[in-house]
Write a protein that binds this ligand. Structure first.
Ligand SMILES: Cc1ncc(C[n+]2csc(CCOP(=O)(O)OP(=O)(O)O)c2C)c(N)n1
Ligand SMILES: [Mg+2]
Length: 585
């Protein structure tokens, strides 16, 4: 067993050393394999189905590599691993109890799947041997084919039949999860397998030999054809979609856009992919673009999609009734993950040149192969950024954030629905980590805490701007952040409503001629108002607010940032009036 050299470890929950090695169990071998993979953390809610593995992590590994991150809901455990992977690109583990814990985790697994994020999910069941089951409880917590609950949105699952088979299952799971397009995997350990006594820990495999493959590169012929199209384009547009957090990759995308003098678009669905204040960044990042930006796409004679998430949707929206006539170069290996159960693959785009690889593999080759394009670039007129009012709104919140973070490195881990992408610029791949993938509300707190865990010690402050609905569904992640001293700032844009759906009711009422006045019913979260700052304080965090005056926003945010910089967790309740700053679908 490698000694843990992890500098990632949080100085919490250090076990008393016991008399180790009096004997070994199947779960010791599983834990040892996880350590060989250098997995720093395992987020979990405990359960008897994996008490063997739990013991092995605490007492065989000494709660290091991986270290347990205790959570209060399985959805949070998975969301933490998701947020961590979004920042680091590294695999984190989560463990969930039997069928019931897995059922709690399901939505978060779907989010990670849609977000193409690597995640190692462990589960447990049984004993599968019915003769060994305790009456009642083991029976209701045993399912045949438990993995079926998540099979439609995981890359692989397995229920190994012996401790030795478990080693291979864990290695394969980690390899598959980290092979692009990445995603969650599920390995389910029978109770009895974990609790089987074994005579010794066999020599562990060299994990380097089971690593994910290096990036696949596009065929040179495809690169030169794509380069020719781009170099001679009249109005090229680059759609910077799913890109890595690598600073080198960021620089190469900028260099490619500059060499081609091409307009670039990004989306708030995904992490920062291009500096939004660059002269070639054509429009604020958005969920849906305005008409002027759609026109830019419609008029493009060559589109370079760098794994754009909904390429068919954008082209269809832009060119309206007619098929898109420009040439389309699509750099993406996402179709390896396209399956039948979920339509998260989006529409089928028309593609002229398909470079089936990750964007970081293709961009340097394209950069070298293109010739400088001398033609001009026609950028759409920029809608003026709305002026800052002296009332509370997303606009005044953005202005206060900008003023409060002038000399602070920030990672935005969540943006609220209704955010105008013009408000805050991205200048670094870690400035914004994108949305949750599956639009499953309630992931905001967990993903923020996971991102905070990854950023701990870097000096970059995670800041989440999240809806009250999103916060309230997942708020017990605050306790986890406080317990593990994970600096975090959450600003709750508290409109005391599932407001997105008020808008839907309003639209339905308009179409159907029903009373618009009723659109709040079954949506508003007031009467009583929920004391969000109080909920934070009761879990040991700093709670600020409710902030009701625009003039108080900056001071509140400065206080929150100072708290996070001092290693604390802070939640600010900002009372927003209902309403969004953008129009969307
Ligand atoms: C798990 C889940 N349940 C319900 C929805 C539908 N939904 C989409 S947005 C939304 C409201 C979210 O409320 P909040 O976070 O307060 O943001 P607001 O709409 O108020 O801006 C809901 C309920 C969803 N996307 N996911
Ligand atoms: Mg709300």
């Amino acid at each position: 067993m490698n000694e843990s050299s992890s500098s990632d470890a949080i100085a919490r929950d250090v076990p008393v050393p016991g008399q180790l090695h009096k004997g070994f169990w199947g779960s010791d071998l599983i834990a040892a394999t996880v350590r060989e993979l250098e997995i720093s953390y395992i987020a979990l809610v405990p359960g008897s189905s994996y008490r063997g593995l739990h013991d092995s992590i605490v007492n065989y590994l000494g709660n290091r590599t991986p270290q347990i991150v205790l959570t209060i809901h399985e959805e949070t455990a998975v969301a933490i691993a998701h947020g961590y992977a979004k920042v680091t690109g590294r695999l984190m583990a989560a463990a969930v109890h039997a069928n019931v814990g897995l059922m709690h985790a399901v939505m978060a697994v779907y989010n990670a799947w849609c977000d193409r994020v690597p995640l190692l999910l462990f589960g447990a069941t049984g004993p599968w041997d019915a003769a060994r089951r305790r009456p009642w409880i083991d029976w209701i917590h045993t399912s045949s084919d438990q993995a079926a609950l998540v099979r439609n949105f995981t890359k692989w699952d397995n229920q190994p039949g012996s401790p030795v088979a478990a080693v291979e299952a864990v290695l394969r799971a980690a390899q598959i999860a980290q092979t692009a397009p990445r995603g969650p995997v599920y390995v389910n350990f029978d109770v009895s397998l974990q609790e089987t006594k074994i005579s010794a820990i066999p020599p562990l495999p060299d994990t380097a030999r089971y690593a994910p493959p290096p990036p696949v590169h596009p065929a040179p012929d495809l690169v030169s054809r794509a380069a020719k199209l781009l170099s001679h384009a009249k109005q090229p547009v680059i759609l910077a979609g799913r890109c890595s957090r690598s600073l080198a990759g960021w620089g190469e995308r900028v260099a490619l856009a500059e060499k081609l003098n091409a307009a670039v678009l990004t989306t708030t669905k995904l992490a920062a992919a291009f500096p939004t204040d660059h002269r070639l960044h054509a429009a604020p990042p958005a969920l849906y673009f305005d008409q002027a930006t759609e026109k830019l796409v419609a008029n493009a004679d060559v589109v370079l999609s760098l794994d754009w998430l909904d390429l068919a949707g954008l082209l269809k929206q832009a060119s309206r009734a007619t098929p898109f006539l420009g040439k389309v170069i699509h750099v993406s290996c996402d179709s390896h993950s396209h399956r039948g159960w979920s339509a998260d693959h989006q529409g089928l785009p028309p593609v002229d040149l398909f470079l089936m690889c990750e964007t970081d593999a293709a961009v340097p080759l394209l950069l070298e192969a293109v010739t400088p394009r001398l033609g001009s670039v026609n950028l759409p007129p920029r809608a003026p950024v709305p002026p800052v009012q002296n009332t509370i709104s997303l606009r005044s919140l953005a202005a206060a954030l900008e003023a409060a973070t002038l000399s602070v490195d920030v990672c935005y881990t969540r943006l609220p629905l209704g955010w105008n992408g013009a408000y805050i610029h991205w200048r670094h791949p870690l400035d914004y980590i994108g949305h949750d993938g599956g639009a499953g509300i309630g992931s905001g707190p967990g993903m923020t805490v996971g991102a905070g865990l990854a950023l701990k010690g870097t000096g970059r402050v995670p800041i989440a701007l999240m809806g009250d609905g999103d916060f309230l569904m997942g708020n017990t992640a605050i306790w986890t952040a406080v317990h593990y001293r994970i600096p975090t700032l959450i600003v709750v844009c508290n409109n005391r409503s599932f407001f997105n759906d008020e808008r839907h009711q309003r639209r339905v009422a308009e179409w159907r001629g029903r009373p618009l006045e009723n659109c709040w019913i079954g949506q508003r979260l007031d009467d009583p108002d929920i004391d969000i700052a109080g909920m934070a304080r009761m879990q040991g965090a700093v709670g600020i607010g409710p902030v009701t005056e625009a003039a108080s926003l900056q001071a509140a945010i400065e206080e929150g940032i100072a708290a996070a910089q001092a290693g604390l967790v802070c939640v600010i309740d900002v009372r927003m009036p209902p309403g969004y700053d953008i129009e969307d679908e």
